[in-house]
Ligand binder design. Structure first.
Ligand code: GDP
Length: 195
């Protein structure tokens, strides 16, 4: 999947205004700070295309990036963000749910998990929810550079067990720092887009 061109399209605060040109979409989900922006930047090989959710003032929106003029990478608001009101959380929850259940050009979802921690309740709910909608899922364990080799194997086993993954279900280990897993993620995206 050679990425020749990547551009930020826009941030959206509701479903009504999303692009309607029917280009296929791959969405990213995960808790805030899990590394979604870093993964996007690494995949498209640009330092600062996607802004970190820890950037002060970054609003929680659906962010669209157009790749090679042919598909969209869609960054959904991260869940589990501590510093917001319950009302705000519920609003994002509804927006994400509406997007994932009703977005026609959506082809698959990349679910990001921090390799250092067992999946959270929200991670588990998200996975079950995606399974329920029979959405193609790519599981990616981020920040792999932050754990030792031993910890990595141990923590991957915990994730697999928590999610009840069969041995053949892929779980890609990824690091935006070392580039580990970049090619695997790209190949998996290519496969989803080709289906
Ligand atoms: P987002 O909120 O999911 O978009 O997460 P970000 O991509 O903004 O990452 C949150 C924080 O984790 C930032 O400080 C990143 O620099 C850091 N981070 C993200 N990915 C990695 C990684 O693979 N390795 C390391 N060491 N840090 C990472």
């Amino acid at each position: 999947l050679p990425i020749k061109k990547a551009e930020f399209v826009s941030c959206f605060v509701d479903m009504k205004s999303l692009p309607d040109n029917q280009l296929p979409e791959i969405a990213l989900v995960g808790r805030s700070n899990v590394g979604k922006s870093s993964l996007i930047n690494k995949i498209v090989n640009r330092k600062n295309l996607a802004k970190s959710s820890s950037t002060p003032g970054k609003t929680r929106t659906i962010n669209y990036y157009c790749i090679n003029d042919s598909w969209y990478m869609v960054d959904l608001p991260g869940y589990g963000f501590a510093k917001v009101s319950k009302t705000e959380k519920e609003k994002w929850g509804r927006m994400i749910e509406k997007y994932l259940s009703g977005r026609e050009p959506l082809r698959g979802v990349i679910q990001l998990l921090d390799i250092r921690h067992p999946p959270t309740q929200n991670d588990i709910l998200m996975k079950e929810w995606l399974n329920h909608y029979q959405m193609p899922i790519l599981l990616v364990a981020t920040k792999a550079d932050k754990v030792s080799r031993n910890e990595k194997q141990k923590n991957l086993a915990v994730i697999k067990k928590t999610f009840n993954l069969s041995p053949e279900q892929p779980l890609i280990t990824f690091s935006a720092v070392t580039g580990e897993g970049v090619e695997e993620v790209k190949a998996a995206i290519e496969e989803i887009l080709a289906e």
